[in-house]
Design a protein around this ligand. Structure first.
Ligand SMILES: *[C@@H]1O[C@H](CO)[C@@H](O)[C@H](O)[C@H]1NC(C)=O
Ligand SMILES: *[C@@H]1O[C@H](CO)[C@@H](O)[C@H](O)[C@H]1NC(C)=O
Ligand SMILES: *[C@@H]1O[C@H](CO)[C@@H](O)[C@H](O)[C@H]1NC(C)=O
Length: 445
């Protein structure tokens, strides 16, 4: 679901990036490296000359994607050094749920003991978009030891239907103070529909004081009119549930729907349901809600505005992958949102790596750097003075954006990434820490 957009962008990104890297950024970064190097020389003891020499020569033979990764690493390091150093020791104080912190949640995993077969852990290798002359693996992963993720979950290849798993997830999110889960959603009987687990999710969410919003995926033939039609049974069933998240609009409290890839539908179609004058308007009625569009490219601002969405989010965890996912654009986007009375919810993530499902997609890797990447994302979001922040993701394991606990795992064929030496809970703890900072800044408003 989340995959299509990524690929299209990879293409435009790659051609441009080669040019940019060659003519602008390489000389820039080279200067930067030299700068950093001389800084190190002042602070620390002088490294042996041979080391400097080696670094310089290896720079010269770097492949484009290696260079790209190196470049991004330098950027994150530079930005991270600006972020005030966070406490290394996390406190164990309970944090109240912050309902302004939302997290994308996936309920699409299945395993043989619970579901009768594996779902998603046995993800296929996806074909690449531009032939690059290299040969990549085909077919699909075969759990338990070989899964479609660069990381390995602490809970193993779990089933999203398992009540014990759902309870554990809610408990973990409650401890991190994350108030709202945004569940990936397609209508009942569509691929990856969470409809059979929604009763359990609502039950355990309530128990842990967590609220639920939906992330509407681009299910087959989605359009604004059938979307309202499909949402009707959902709202009939859960509209009065205390665990349904509601956001204040005027004097009403409305459910919230994030709409992935909303720009695939023309603004005039969204207007049919989102403007008071629309032929199928939901405004003011029982189906009214806060509808949030996805902003990928800069011109989507006009699509969001014209469609009459209530606000927008950015989803992608890879900084500079799209206009919306570029941290330095968030202040501008916040200003645009304010001027147009829109809700802006930037999406922060701990990193990105999906080469177990897209082996060719090395240029979008964003290394976690022991939490530094996540730090800069959170700081950028908080500094843009937003009222809401979304986290990509709790458990999108295929793209390596999860904050869910992971364990070290090594097989004869593959070594998974992990959170060591900080441990499995590191990203939950770090989320709690940043969530606390965010809560403090919200109190100032
Ligand atoms: C991280 O969180 C877990 C679970 O809440 C806790 O047991 C652990 O002590 C925390 N780690 C640190 C370093 O504070
Ligand atoms: C995963 O396994 C199940 C059961 O064998 C199968 O139905 C499904 O198509 C597999 N998925 C992939 C992507 O191979
Ligand atoms: C989904 O499929 C099941 C079983 O085939 C059927 O009983 C149910 O009515 C369907 N639900 C919807 C909403 O179509």
């Amino acid at each position: 679901m989340i995959f299509r957009k990524l690929c299209r962008h990879t293409i435009t990104f790659s051609r441009r990036s080669i040019l940019i890297v060659t003519f602008f950024i390489f000389p820039l970064i080279y200067t930067l490296f030299r700068q950093t190097k001389s800084d190190t020389l002042i602070q620390k003891e002088k490294p042996p000359l041979s080391l400097l020499f080696e670094t310089t020569t290896s720079n010269a033979v770097l492949s484009k994607s290696e260079l790209h990764i190196k470049l991004l690493r330098a950027k994150v390091e530079r930005l991270a050094s600006k972020v005030k150093s966070r406490a290394i020791v996390f406190n164990n104080k309970a944090l109240n749920p912050n309902y302004n912190t939302h997290i994308f949640y996936y309920g699409w995993y299945g395993n043989t003991p619970v579901d009768g077969y594996y779902k998603h852990w046995n993800h296929t290798y996806l074909p690449q978009w531009e032939q690059d002359g290299k040969i990549y693996p085909k077919g699909s992963h075969s759990p338990i030891l070989d899964i479609g993720s660069n990381f390995y979950p602490s809970l193993g290849c779990y089933s999203s239907q398992d009540p014990k798993v759902i309870e554990m997830h809610m408990k973990q999110l409650r401890e991190a103070g994350v108030g709202v889960i945004v569940i990936s959603w397609t209508p009942p009987n569509y691929t990856d529909s969470p409809s059979t687990i929604l009763p359990l999710l609502f039950q355990y969410a309530k128990l842990y004081e967590i609220k639920i919003a939906l992330h509407i995926e681009p299910y087959f033939n989605r359009n604004p009119i059938n979307l309202i039609h499909h949402l009707h049974p959902f709202l009939s069933q859960y509209g009065n549930n205390v665990a349904l998240y509601r956001m204040k609009k005027g004097n009403r409290h409305l459910p919230v729907f994030y709409i992935y890839d909303s720009y695939l539908t023309p603004a005039i179609s969204w207007m049919e349901i989102l403007t008071p004058e629309g032929a199928f308007s939901v405004r003011g009625g029982r189906m009214d809600a806060i509808f949030l569009g996805l902003l990928v490219d800069i011109q989507h601002r006009y699509h969001i505005k014209k469609s009459h969405f209530d606000g927008f989010y950015t989803y992608f965890a890879a900084n500079s992958f799209s206009y919306g996912s570029t941290w330095k654009n968030w202040k501008t986007l916040a200003k645009f949102a304010k001027q147009n009375e829109l809700i802006f919810i930037p999406s922060v993530g701990p990193g990105y790596e999906d080469t177990q499902v897209r082996p060719w997609n090395t240029k979008n890797i964003r290394q976690r750097r022991q939490g530094q990447y996540y730090d800069v994302a959170w700081r950028s979001a908080i500094n843009s003075n937003v009222k809401y922040i979304s986290i990509t993701s709790f458990n999108e394991w295929h793209e390596g954006t999860q904050i869910e606990p992971a364990i070290p795992m090594k097989t004869s064929r593959f070594t998974y990434l992990d959170y060591e030496p900080m441990g499995s809970y590191f990203y939950l703890n770090l989320t709690k820490w940043w969530n606390e900072q965010f809560t403090k800044t919200l109190l100032k408003y």
